[in-house]
Write a protein that binds this ligand. Structure first.
Ligand code: CO
Length: 502
């Protein structure tokens, strides 16, 4: 099922380092500056046929600027965000891509060099003395992109959203969401879309202000009709301790947060030696906690949050959560430790063997305080897992995720796995040895109730042709439905969302 093998290589690398079945140069070649911004250019069909019922837009955000003025980024997460839109209609796919015109991006374009430090360790040119006590951040708007009302929002969790035009991708600027957000207020890059099993469909999201205590603002926005974009629920809660909260999960009654057992020691950041995210360290002896905040639309509205012990380890992303009797069940991708890249190495030269692998783990949290039961789903390294969006917040049978080719240990993501969360059955599609993938997005077939009926849209970097491909898999068995080549190479992206055609 490999897509890279059956075409001649146009990018033979001079020194092929085989590491767990992939070529490191192929992997590294997927990080590059995007120089071209296109408007509605058709993808070139390579194989298969586009499903006629697949109509809508896939929006993906991701860093697309990795070098400026001869300086390379220390970590890809420090790269400026670019939106790639794929519009599916009438049997073809059109691509538009555009950098988010953040204030920092515009200043640095003008200057031709980096003017801001990156959270993940990129420093300004000029060494420690150019960076010391400079705690200004550039809102790089690079993590996620979602549609809310008539706006597209480019998200970056440490500051506010940028509003864009959903068709032209033109940046309108930072948005307060009609006065909901204060200037500079943090707004998560991981909203969850409640399909409305127990109320109206809505977007649930949060902002966190952390330090010795952490304050979480939980917000819900209408997503339907003329009210779309209106704030319909708002509550704030304080918790003791530092929290790094990249993602959360929802059920009809709860918003589920995991406070990882890590600490923030900002001195090396203030002294200009490290990026802020490099100052996160494991906190030996500390317990991770689940923070469950009652949703205002649910049965526990107005009550205090529940705080319960959580297993050791580190989590960026959750898959899903649901309720079962006295239990809240949450599935997350666990790492045994926080994966940091130290100041003396850049990400392209990192030692994969030192990076912990992500493993999907289910935690059953007993709300009556009777403890937690955990179950791990296999050893294979995975990330970016999702369920059918209609099952968000309910128990789901199936999940789709990006996985490594090797069965144990850390390695770049090269395949897609469909996992049956009930009986453990799985099927795999692989782009190895020369292809690499990002987050898969599952689009349900319109009008179908079968949970695994639909398609999985995958953005894949083909190290052999140095091109980015859109791979469309059938969601039930991961058979290849179609493969199309993008008209310009697009680097590895981060999170995507789907907007069905009206
Ligand atoms: Co994320």
């Amino acid at each position: 099922m490999s897509f890279a093998n059956d075409r001649p290589s146009t990018f033979p690398s001079a020194s092929v380092e085989v590491h767990g079945g992939f070529d490191r140069d192929d992997w590294a070649s997927g990080y590059f500056n995007v120089e071209q911004e296109l408007n509605d250019v058709a993808l070139r069909p390579l194989r298969g046929k586009l499903p006629a019922e697949l109509c809508g837009s896939l929006y993906r955000n991701g860093p697309a600027r990795f070098e400026r003025g001869g300086q390379s980024l220390h970590h890809p997460f420090d790269g400026d965000g670019m939106i790639t839109a794929l519009h599916f209609s009438k049997g073809e796919v059109l691509l538009s891509n555009r950098f988010v015109r953040t204030e920092g991006w515009l200043e640095e374009e003008e200057a031709g060099r980096y003017l801001y430090r990156g959270v993940f360790g990129t420093q300004k040119p000029g060494g420690v003395f150019a960076n010391i006590f400079d705690v200004r951040f550039k809102n790089i708007a690079n993590t996620h992109v979602v549609r809310l009302g008539d706006q597209l929002l480019a998200l970056w969790e440490a500051a506010g959203p940028h509003a864009l035009d959903p068709v032209s991708l033109e940046t309108h600027g930072l948005s307060s969401l009609n006065g909901v957000l204060k200037p500079g207020e943090a707004f998560s890059a991981h909203p969850r879309f409640d399909p409305g099993h127990h109320g109206e469909p809505c977007m649930v999201t949060f902002g966190v202000k952390t330090g010795p205590t952490s304050k979480i603002r939980l917000m819900e926005f209408a997503t339907q009709g003329p009210d779309a974009g209106r704030l319909i629920s708002d509550r704030s809660d304080s918790f003791s301790g530092f929290a790094f909260l990249h993602d959360f999960a929802i059920t009809p009654n709860w918003a589920v947060f995991l406070q990882n057992a890590i600490d923030f020691k900002p001195l090396p950041f203030l002294l200009g030696q490290k990026g802020a995210a490099q100052c996160l360290t494991s906190k030996p002896g500390a317990r991770a906690k689940f923070w469950l905040i009652p949703r205002n639309s649910g049965a526990f509205a107005g009550q205090s949050p529940r705080i319960l012990d959580a297993p050791d380890g580190f989590v960026f992303h959750h898959l899903n959560a649901w309720e079962e009797g006295d239990e809240v069940v949450v599935e997350s991708i666990y790492y045994r430790d926080y994966p940091s890249i130290e100041p003396d190495q850049d990400f392209l030269s990192m030692d994969f063997d030192l990076i912990p692998e992500g493993q999907l783990t289910r935690c059953r949290i007993n709300l009556l305080g009777k403890g937690i039961e955990t179950k791990r789903f296999g050893d294979r390294c995975c990330e970016f897992a999702m369920v059918n969006p209609r099952r968000q917040g309910l128990s789901a049978r199936y999940s789709w995720m990006a996985v490594a080719e090797r069965e144990t240990g850390y390695a770049p993501l090269q395949g897609i796995k469909k996992l049956d969360l009930i009986n453990g059955d799985k099927c795999l599609w692989s782009a190895a040895p020369r292809g690499f993938v990002g987050e898969p997005f599952m689009v349900p077939r319109p009008g179908s109730d079968a949970e695994d009926d639909g398609w999985v849209l995958v953005q894949a970097w083909n190290g052999a042709s140095c091109a980015t491909e859109l791979v469309i898999l059938n969601a039930d068995d991961l058979s290849e439905q179609a493969v199309l080549e993008m008209p310009t190479p697009i680097p590895y992206g981060l999170h995507a969302s789907w907007v069905a055609a009206d």
